[in-house]
Design a binder for this molecule. Sequence first.
Ligand SMILES: C[S@@+](CC[C@H](N)C(=O)[O-])C[C@H]1O[C@@H](n2cnc3c(N)ncnc32)[C@H](O)[C@@H]1O
Length: 337
Amino acid sequence: MINSYLNKITQGNCLELLKNIPDNSVDMTFADPPFNLKKKYTSYADNLEFQEYLNWCELWLKELARVTKPTGSIFVHNIPKWLTFYATFLNKMAHFKHWISWDAPTSPMGKSLQPAHYGILFYTKTPKDAKIYELRYPHKRDRKQGYLLKDYGGKKGLLHPFGPLISDVWTDIHRIKHNRKRDPHPCQLPIHLLDRLILLTTDENDIVLDPFMGTGTTAISAKRLGRQFIGFELDEMYAQIAQEKVNKTESNFKLGETWVSFYLKQVITIRHSDWEDLENYFIIPNPAKVIDFQKIKLKNKHWLPQENQHEIQLQNHEKTEENVSCTNSSQQKLIFK
Ligand SMILES: C[S@@+](CC[C@H](N)C(=O)[O-])C[C@H]1O[C@@H](n2cnc3c(N)ncnc32)[C@H](O)[C@@H]1O
């Protein structure tokens, strides 16, 4: 049964479709549900009563835990308010690993602290058997001068040439600043956010399931990293856009035989355990202490994957938008989920 859902986007209600997925059959589940913030989805009314929303969430969270393999992981993305309830549901059926704090401006709410992060709850199905890999990301540098942002004093020569281990606070991935003319979905995640979760917990050919696929972020990430995917999406138009984008995606996020995440012509996430295989692809600062002002570089730019045109457009757009500070609320409305 599971084969008929593999590597395609299926349009429909995830609660119905999940019934067809066997217990313990999927390596990773990722859910980015509607946040009940009155977003304008084409087919879904994002304004349920408080308890009605939570009851609905509990149903699909149970399904995600059921279909995840004993070696598998469950990720759920939302605003902290809803994640506190999700945690009480998930604590009964899975094992808490981390609350990943994704540093990104969120909708202004209330009059106390300005919300500045989304949360991604990270649970494993079993306490000990889960696959989890350490990851590294590039050192943070001053944009203009290229110097390391952190002062490591006399210890610069001891730094890992690629970059530090990834913690549970992610500040290096920016939200896609939404442009309605280009993309008819109100909230689309950056694909390299998913790359990171997929590299963290799955291997080649593993199955990644996303019950709220939107316009295909998780499926594209899975495919370009050589994983299989199952995607459900209620809305016909979003499902179609997602399928078209997936069809144009290649499984090519690789250096040699090693899967890595690329963004803006750089390698931005690797597995720590892959470094021995990867280091030959890079020009490494030498002597080691010049890492302070010298970035690690790919030896050959032809090793960068040919990304599809849609992705390049998004990246170029994001690059320009990153430099624009958003000061008034009408501008903010455009970029917030
Ligand atoms: C927050 S968006 C997901 C966006 C997605 N992560 C992306 O990057 O494109 C939530 C999606 O869930 C879909 N949805 C809502 N209820 C659903 C249901 N019962 N089954 C499947 N999809 C549903 C909505 O149409 C919407 O596209």
